[in-house]
Design a protein around this ligand. Structure first.
Ligand code: PGA
Length: 250
């Protein structure tokens, strides 16, 4: 059985008290949930508080980013060993905003993936195509290339420490969700590529989640697809009711 996952990607939102209130509210509304793994991702300054608040709950804390090195002269960066030292065990890598705004290439993303896995951090690795690629029927080759230049460079993978988030860039924050059929088609393709590269026994255990304008109204139909194992939720994860409705759609 694959893990079902609903993770909130808070991005650069919520100050300390807003972050606290939201986490408490998510814990309260979802304390009985055992059907999926639930994650929240406050910004760096609030991660330690979040770890403490969530420690006795079923909610896990996810970092939105990490450095590609463990220490050194990298002003403003935060390393995986620093994250581990405050109890963080999971990290988002390769979000399209990091790729586009901060120029993170597949090369640097591969370094981040490697260093996280070496340090026993679970990686949520994001991939996704731009609208031009989809319009030109190049979406499959773009995704395959993103995989080839990153996770497929690894000798082996463990589905316990790796989650793939398929996030079509044209659907992120735009209100344009991929249709359940578009999501299923791409998730199936991704799983097939993992089968070819590694093995069926690995790909069948790999959680592949969908991200891009998932709302309470659209979650159920997307999550019902056989190769969709949950979601990475941006905007709707900032509201405890909406996020909990999405969690309950699993
Ligand atoms: P969105 O963001 O749900 O607001 O589209 C998803 C993401 O960026 O992970």
């Amino acid at each position: 059985m694959r893990r079902k996952i609903v993770a909130g990607n808070w991005k650069m939102n919520n100050n300390q008290s807003e972050s606290n209130i939201l986490i408490h509210s998510i814990i309260e509304k979802n304390s009985e949930n055992s059907s999926c793994n639930i994650y929240v991702s406050p910004s760096f300054p609030f991660l330690k508080d979040a770890v403490l608040t969530c420690s006795k709950s079923n909610i896990k804390v996810l970092s939105q980013n990490v450095s590609h090195l463990t220490n050194g002269a990298l002003t403003g960066d935060v390393s995986c060993t620093m994250l581990k030292s405050i109890g963080i065990n999971s990290v988002i890598i390769g979000h399209s905003e990091r790729r586009k705004i901060f120029g993170e290439t597949n090369e640097v993303l591969l370094k981040k993936i490697k260093i996280c896995l070496e340090n026993n951090l679970e990686v949520f690795f994001c991939i996704g195509e731009e609208i031009e690629a989809r319009n030109n029927n190049k979406h499959f080759s773009v995704i395959e290339n993103q995989l080839k230049e990153t996770v497929f460079m690894l000798e082996k993978i463990d589905p316990k420490n790796l989650v793939i988030a398929y996030e079509p860039v044209w659907a992120i924050g735009t209100g344009l969700t991929a249709s359940p059929e578009q999501a299923q088609e791409m998730h199936k393709f991704i799983r097939q590529k993992f089968t070819e590269k590694f093995s069926e026994s690995i790909s069948s255990k790999l959680s592949i989640i969908y991200g891009g304008s998932v709302k309470p109204s659209s979650a159920k139909n997307i999550f019902n697809q056989p190769d969709v194992d949950g979601g990475l939720i941006g905007g709707a994860s900032l509201n405890a009711n909406d996020f909990s409705d999405i969690i309950n759609s699993i």
